[in-house]
Design a protein around this ligand. Structure first.
Ligand SMILES: Cc1cc2nc3c(=O)[nH]c(=O)nc-3n(C[C@H](O)[C@H](O)[C@H](O)COP(=O)(O)OP(=O)(O)OC[C@H]3O[C@@H](n4cnc5c(N)ncnc54)[C@H](O)[C@@H]3O)c2cc1C
Length: 464
């Protein structure tokens, strides 16, 4: 990935050193290499010319301004766990890694908000607010390794979106460094606030193309009761899909409604030895965090729906520790599939009622291309991660993966779905933005980009 007519890192390095003598700036190619890729391993990304690790918004602002003056592209980066290449390097560019801005600044119990820097790891933020009996819901499966800034950059989802929404639904206010180095603050601590355009929501999910988030004020909830957890096994994946649609149609609101297919169940069980039903074609993990008996009642109603959709068995976690193991097993689904070969996780979605059709389409596409696909994901949101697994020595893997993905994206669009539910368009799905959104909508996005970043220095070649 090379940006046109850019890359004067030596002059930029001198200017940065002059203006920010205390800043940590990586120039050694060995150090910079670690910032070439995110978790999107199949991309051909560039080597950043410079990597800066700022510790304040003022430093970020100065870096962005100097980069614009030198016409060097800027890649904002969190923990680098992204799955669309949003934080991958640009040849000769300046990567600004936000990992040093990793302090939780304030837990405001009275207003149920937390103010945080973007480099804080999601799990650390959860733990910090849990100490006050509070709950920060967004929980990507990668929550122990990804940062809040990256979650905001991608509008990350996760296992409990089905009840609590994506990252955007927890955002009240952001401090953002714009492309010219100026700093704005969007929103505040008000629960209701409709003064002007919803700028905070515009930056969330923009993958570092509109500004760099240097502080976030996020909504909290009182900590819910411990979850009750159930697994339901099915002899056909489509039956599990029907159960997902049925649970939504029954008006139930479980906190987790996750799916794993046969390939994924076997991969996870081979590794974690949990005794899952390996004969099953699919498994749903369903959890409730309703108080008292209501949690058990909600699971009982979900169980009824599953049995009505030909579930072969259901089983409840005996205690919270067993529930933690099961949830963790689901979180390890992709790592388990990566053990089988060269893996690529996709991120398609469809309206919930069409999940059965989406699952059937994934199976057909895998069979047609002769490619092993393990499917798991946030079925309750209609968001699935069909994960392609090819032999490590398959010389045509890249080409085959591209062909399979094109069919997966088209199948999602044919169902009124999306080519990405939570990982983002990034660098890897750009040609699919217009087929999904339409030409005029993409023109509107371009004009927003131009208004905020006329020189095009912020993360060029991503999203648009
Ligand atoms: C095993 C595994 C499981 C995963 N599970 C999930 C899941 O369940 N749900 C989910 O949504 N994702 C999941 N992901 C993907 C990834 O973890 C998320 O996209 C996460 O939000 C990325 O955070 P990060 O800190 O690693 O960001 P990065 O990868 O560093 O960056 C992501 C994007 O955000 C931008 N960005 C980073 N920081 C800032 C900032 N301060 N200001 C503006 N833009 C910024 C970057 O430019 C980039 O475009 C998973 C990844 C892995 C490897």
């Amino acid at each position: 990935m090379t940006a046109p007519d850019l890359g004067r890192p030596p002059a930029l390095a001198a200017a940065i050193r002059h203006e920010l003598p205390g800043l940590r700036l990586l120039t050694d190619p060995v150090d910079r290499e670690a910032y070439r890729l995110d978790e999107t391993a199949y991309l051909h990304a560039g080597l950043p010319g410079l990597v800066a690790l700022p510790t304040s918004a003022a430093e970020v602002a100065a870096l962005v301004r100097l980069a614009a003056e030198h016409r060097v592209p800027v890649v904002p980066r969190g923990a680098g766990t992204g799955l669309s290449g949003g934080a991958a390097g640009i040849e000769g560019g300046l990567t600004i890694a936000m990992t040093g801005m990793n302090r939780v600044l304030e837990v405001d119990r009275d207003n149920l908000v937390v103010v945080t820097q973007p480099g804080v790891i999601n799990a650390d933020l959860k733990a910090a607010v849990a100490a006050d009996g509070l709950f920060y819901p967004p929980d990507p499966a990668s929550y122990e390794i990804c940062s809040i800034g990256g979650n905001l950059g991608t509008n990350a989802g996760g296992l409990c979106c089905v009840k609590y929404g994506q990252t955007r639904d927890s955002v009240l206010s952001l401090e953002v460094v714009l492309a010219d180095g100026s700093v704005i603050r969007t929103g505040g601590r008000n629960v209701k606030d409709v003064a002007g355009y919803a700028l905070a929501h515009l930056f969330v999910g923009s993958q570092g193309t509109l500004g760099i988030i240097t502080e976030a004020t996020l909504r909290l909830r009182p900590a819910p009761p411990p979850r009750v957890t159930m697994l339901a096994f099915f002899a056909a994946v489509e039956d599990a899909g029907r159960a997902v649609a049925g649970i939504a149609a029954a008006g139930l609101m479980p906190v987790t409604l996750e799916l794993m297919d046969r390939v994924t169940i076997a991969a996870v069980d081979d590794w974690q030895h949990l005794g899952l039903d390996r004969e099953a074609a699919a498994m749903l993990m369903i959890e409730s965090d309703m108080p008292g008996n209501a949690g058990g009642d909600e699971l009982a109603r979900a169980e009824e729906v599953c049995l009505g959709c030909a579930a072969t068995s259901t089983v409840r976690a005996a205690d919270t520790q067993e529930a933690d193991w099961l949830r963790n097993a689901r979180r390890l689904a992709y790592r388990a599939l990566e053990r089988l070969g060269n893996a690529r996780m996709e991120d398609i979605g469809a309206p919930r009622a069409r999940v059965p059709e989406l699952i059937a389409a994934i199976e057909r596409i895998g069979a047609r291309h002769g490619v092993l696909i393990g499917t798991f994901g946030h079925a309750g949101d209609g968001n699935l991660h069909p994960s392609l697994v090819l032999d490590r020595d398959d010389a045509s893997a890249e080409e085959r993966m591209r062909a399979v993905c094109a069919d997966l994206y088209q199948a999602a669009l044919d169902l009124g779905g999306t080519v990405t539910g939570e990982h983002g368009i990034g660098a890897s799905r750009r040609e699919w933005l217009e087929p999904q959104r339409g030409r005029r909508a993409v023109e509107v996005m371009r004009s927003i980009k131009t208004a905020l970043d006329p020189l095009g220095t912020l993360n060029p070649g991503r999203v648009l």
